[in-house]
Design a protein around this ligand. Structure first.
Ligand code: HEC
Ligand code: HEC
Length: 325
């Protein structure tokens, strides 16, 4: 694909290239022919008549042959180059070479080289690979190159980017090979709608937020929480009557110590008011199914090697993205 934004620029660029090369050739030709005339009244001693420092004269010799030929070669080379490679506006060149094609060929060759290794891994279930140190070493590299920018190099995430070292209870979905493979392949979008209309004004929001805080054993205001409890019915459809979340919907557990979008009354009120659309882009355009298989094993291995992992009690979840004060 050409990067030119309209039909004029390719011609403009091509014209400048061709005219400059031809101008060089003409200059070369002229320089080979033109001789400097001896000024009238001076003896023709084969000098140009220029004199410096009283006796330093400039000889009127032609350019050295070898030097001329270098120039000729340069001109021929540039013309040949422009015929063979893309350089003249949007003309693609005889070889049809492009960086894009070279890159995909390189990627293709590399994939062929690593195919036997991946084939061995692909034949095993993700759960088995999660205990295979060779697979984990490769999975870690895939993770560092493709996931660490969002989930952190230690996979512990940050605000709005899930901590993948959490036990199952802290996950949005089930911490299983299938969920990880599905998420990495197709991406996912977590969506909580703005809910303030169903709750009320600032006071009701504050009361409900205190009730939510009470669910996780966080510090909270008793009276507010008591008054806010009834409003939680608006949330129960997704987060469950007990607030333990719904993994099928991706609604997080509100009773644990892990707060993906921030802990505290203000963060919860804000969540209810504005809602949240949190998306992870699909990685399938970048990664092959075999790579996803291996990186899933790495992620699965991050909080222990037995699956499914026991649900931790509040306060014991691995490093929350946002630690409580
Ligand atoms: C551009 C940022 C970004 C990249 C790159 C990214 N992720 Fe994510 N990932 C997210 C976000 C944001 C979420 C949470 C989506 C939501 O709220 O539903 C998420 C969710 C997940 C989940 C689900 C966690 C849960 O609690 O259910 C898994 C598993 C996951 N990512 C693994 C990976 C792996 C493995 C890679 C690399 C191959 C990767 N991610 C690359 C941003 C990213
Ligand atoms: C339609 C389903 C739905 C409803 C109704 C809903 N939520 Fe959510 N909520 C979600 C989802 C999904 C997420 C996670 C968004 C994401 O993927 O990042 C979420 C996230 C949250 C979080 C952030 C949790 C964290 O770990 O940081 C809080 C707090 C929260 N909801 C509170 C509430 C409250 C309070 C109500 C009731 C007023 C409510 N939600 C109603 C679906 C819902």
């Amino acid at each position: 694909m050409s990067d030119f934004t309209n039909g004029f620029w390719p011609w403009y660029v091509a014209a400048i290239s061709v005219v400059s090369i031809l101008a060089c050739a003409v200059l070369l030709w002229l320089a080979g022919r033109v001789t400097v005339n001896t000024p009238a009244g001076q003896a023709n001693d084969n000098t140009t008549g220029h004199v410096w420092d009283e006796d330093l004269r400039e000889f009127n010799n032609p350019l050295p042959r070898w030097w001329m030929w270098l120039f000729v070669i340069t001109v021929v080379f540039s013309l040949a180059y422009l015929v063979i490679f893309p350089g003249l506006g949007s003309y693609k060149g005889l070889l049809q070479w492009s960086t894009d094609r070279e890159h995909s060929e390189d990627v293709g060759n590399l994939s062929k080289q690593v195919a036997p290794l991946y084939a061995e891994f692909a034949a095993q279930p993700v759960e088995a690979l999660a205990k295979d140190s060779r697979a984990l070493a490769i999975g870690e590299r895939v993770f560092m190159n493709n996931c660490a920018q969002c989930h952190g190099s230690d996979a512990r995430g940050s605000k709005s980017y899930p901590n993948l070292t959490n036990s199952n209870a802290g996950w949005l979905g089930e911490r299983t090979a299938a969920h990880i493979v599905q998420t990495v392949t197709n991406g996912r979008t977590g969506m909580m709608p703005p809910m303030a209309a169903a709750v009320g004004g600032e006071q009701e929001l504050s009361e409900l937020a205190n009730y939510v805080l009470s669910l996780s054993g966080s510090p909270y205001n008793d009276i507010k929480a008591f008054r806010g409890k009834a409003k939680f019915t608006a949330c129960a459809a997704c987060h469950g009557i007990d607030g333990k979340g719904n993994k099928a919907l991706g609604a997080p557990n509100l009773t644990d110590d892990y707060w993906l979008h921030g802990w505290g009354e203000a963060a919860i009120v804000n969540m209810i008011k504005t809602g949240k659309t949190n998306a992870m882009p699909a990685q399938s355009p970048k990664l092959t199914p075999d790579q996803i298989h291996v990186v899933a094993a790495y992620v699965l291995s991050l909080s222990g090697s037995s699956f499914p992992v026991a649900v931790t009690t509040p306060g014991a979840a691995a490093a929350p993205a946002v630690t409580k004060p």
